[in-house]
Design a protein around this ligand. Structure first.
Ligand code: OAD
Length: 308
């Protein structure tokens, strides 16, 4: 995509904000860092840096579905660090809410899994949680779904959460009259094994609960593709991309699939080079959106923004 030469400055961005009616906002972890939730890829402070310091080769491995199914302890040991407390949202969330209140928010595509958009009051119909969220969790075995809070204590105490529905079924099966069972296969003799013990593979195990986050190796929700291709890509008149390194596809591809004439504005700490934006507003996003709103003639109010 070629840059549109007529837009360059924060005032150009403020004018666009005032003028445009169908604004698409794409967000990432940078909009929640002011709340103490780390982003993923910032050097030194990012979650993936911590994962590497613990001796894992790739930060992304925490969210790899094969790894999780093989052994969920890595995820359960580390995920407490990115669990939101859900009591506060940032000034940037408040900014998105303000765009909605002004009747200009077409869709907020968030890659964040902290669910803070809902806390900020972004309407469900305007919100696409591209990578799912901690809001719900499901059993990997029987798909039983629970409110995400039900496994927060396990995540905080670094314990793997198991499915209570599976546990109930196993307990019922064990207390009901025994059905004739198939003759157990005899295993080859193993001198290290107690010959009286049940082989582990015959003991029913409950499924592991996984937050309904989209892991690497899983499909994004179909609403993401449907909303973008059938609704937004043809009607959006401004795109604001805030607090994301745009390193993960398919979200990273979205700006390139919008019509050329749609102005693209990027707000983040560091410049981006692999996607062409018309305006890059670099700095702390809470400050940048406050200033952007001010220049558009809007007042952004939030407890973290000093009054006056
Ligand atoms: P990243 O950590 O890759 O990028 C966050 C960006 O926000 C970085 O460029 C930071 O410089 C910037 N940033 C951080 N704090 C900021 C602040 N206060 N103001 C302005 N900019 C700030 O996070 P994402 O792009 O969101 O997947 O990562 C995308 C996906 O990768 C995530 O959804 C996650 C991860 O694997 C899953 O959770 C499944």
């Amino acid at each position: 995509r070629q840059k549109l030469s007529e837009f360059n400055t924060i005032d150009d961005a403020a004018n666009l904000l005032q003028k445009c009616r169908n604004i698409m906002i794409v967000t990432g972890a940078g909009i929640s860092t002011s709340l103490g939730i780390p982003d993923f890829r910032s050097k030194e402070t990012g979650f993936y840096e911590k994962v590497r310091q613990l001796g894992y080769s790739e930060g992304e491995d925490v969210f790899n579905i094969e790894n999780f199914d093989h052994d969920p302890t890595m995820f359960y040991t580390l995920a407490g660090d990115i669990l939101p407390d859900l009591k506060r949202y940032s000034p940037t969330h408040a900014f998105i809410r303000m765009v909605q209140d002004k009747g200009r928010l077409q869709t907020n595509y968030t890659q964040n899994i902290d669910n803070l958009e809902q806390l900020a009051g972004i309407e469900k119909e305007r919100l696409i949680q591209c990578h799912g969220s901690f809001a719900t969790a499901s059993c990997r075995k029987c798909k039983y779904q629970v409110d995400g809070h039900e496994i927060f204590a396990a995540i905080r105490s670094q314990q793997v959460a198991y499915c209570k529905e599976c546990i109930k079924k196993i307990a019922t099966a064990q207390t009901s009259p025994a059905k004739p069972t198939k003759k157990r296969k005899t295993k080859p003799k193993n001198d290290y094994e107690d010959s009286d013990s049940d082989p582990a593979d015959t003991i029913p195990q409950p499924g592991v609960m996984k937050p309904d986050i989209t892991f690497f190796g899983e499909q994004l929700p179909t609403t993401f593709f449907d909303r973008f291709t059938e609704h937004d890509s043809q009607t959006v008149d401004l795109v604001l991309v805030i607090g994301t390194s745009l390193k993960v596809a398919p979200v990273s591809e979205m700006p390139n699939y919008l019509p050329h004439h749609v102005p693209h504005v990027y707000i983040s700490r560091e410049p981006i080079h692999h996607v062409n934006f018309d305006i890059q507003l670099l700095g702390d996003c809470d400050h940048v959106v406050f200033e952007l709103a001010r220049r558009a003639g809007w007042v952004l109010e939030h407890e973290m923004i000093p009054r006056g």
